[in-house]
Design a protein around this ligand. Structure first.
Ligand SMILES: [Zn+2]
Length: 317
């Protein structure tokens, strides 16, 4: 049982997780795998301060076994905005779809603008709640140096790390890193543990399939993108949630409801009390866009406003 506290935690022989409680919006995890004379990093963090703090804590390992390569599990800023702090000698891997999503995704300037923007009070408070704790200035986006489509094996000083694309799920390009010699799986945001998943891609079924593929790897230790270190049970719990949302969406599609009606019609049961339960708004919207491409596009600010209202209605916040 790995304690869920901020910092570097050993999860197996020469494998560590960097954990950032409480795992809510922007508070993401990362990982480090040590081989002979070199190390491999899984993800950077949301801003330069957080990433610098992590690299500082990792020097006990990386001084003698420097980071030579890294994986960005996906394009969300809380997993790659710290990339510039990696030296030019570090090779960053990502899927081709993640590279595309990084190029066209939300920039640090955009996030800073949303936090500082002139919105209705409820939305301003919500942006502050989601992103107000992070410093988006000074970030220069750095993308991957090399991309892969489905799978790649990286040799980390004689130790093999398997990179597998399992998306589309949370995003289109999602990849995981698996260390077969000790059964540690770094899932990126294919797994939220103790919080609510959010789907930016467009098929809940394919995320459920990704859960099954993670389980098939037979991991002993699972490091989620957000939340405490877990095992296969953590994947099963989130899979159950996704199945409830998928079934609700399918029923609403069949009944001819709009996506907003589908959100309101969905009975989340105990999941309505999960942290960040408001994310169901975005997941249902994107599931609709996938199933019914004629669904009108909603801008990010609209979706965040819908989430803020959902949170107020259901959780009184
Ligand atoms: Zn994340």
């Amino acid at each position: 049982m790995v304690e869920y506290t901020r910092g570097l935690h050993r999860v197996a022989e020469d494998v560590w997780a960097w954990l950032l409680p409480d795992g809510g919006w922007g508070w993401s995890n990362a990982g480090l795998v040590r081989g002979e004379g070199e190390s491999f990093l899984i993800d950077t963090l949301f801003d330069l301060e957080l990433t610098g703090e992590m690299f500082e804590a990792m020097t006990s390992v990386t001084e003698e076994h420097p980071i030579r390569a890294a994986l960005n599990t996906h394009a969300n800023g809380d997993h790659c905005f710290g990339n510039q702090l990696l030296g030019p000698e570090v090779t960053i891997h990502a899927t081709a779809d993640t590279e595309h999503e990084m190029r066209h995704g939300t920039t640090p300037e955009r996030l800073a603008g949303l936090v500082a923007g002139d919105h209705e009070p409820l939305l301003s408070e919500f942006f502050q709640h989601c992103f107000g704790a992070f410093a988006f200035d000074g970030i220069i986006l750095r993308g991957p140096d090399t991309t892969f489509d489905e799978a790649r094996t990286v040799d980390v000083g004689g130790r093999l790390v398997e990179l597998r694309r399992l998306g589309p799920a949370h995003t289109h390009g999602d990849a995981v890193a698996f260390v077969p010699d000790c059964g540690v799986l770094f899932t990126g945001d294919l797994l939220f543990n103790g919080g609510t998943p959010i789907m930016w891609a467009d098929s809940i079924s394919s995320w459920i399939a990704a859960c099954d593929r993670m389980i098939e790897l037979g991991p002993e230790v699972v490091v989620p993108g957000h939340g405490a270190v877990t095992d296969v049970d953590g994947i099963l719990t989130m899979r159950d949630y996704l199945a409830v949302v998928r079934d609700g969406v399918d029923a609403s599609l069949a009944a001819g409801r709009s996506w907003r009606e589908a959100v309101e019609h969905l009975d989340l049961g105990p999941y309505a009390r999960w942290p960040q339960a408001e994310r169901v708004v975005v997941t249902v919207y994107n599931a609709y866009r996938g199933a019914r491409p004629e669904t009108p596009v909603s801008q990010a600010t609209e979706l965040f406003a819908e989430m803020a209202r959902w949170r107020q209605r259901h959780q009184g916040k």
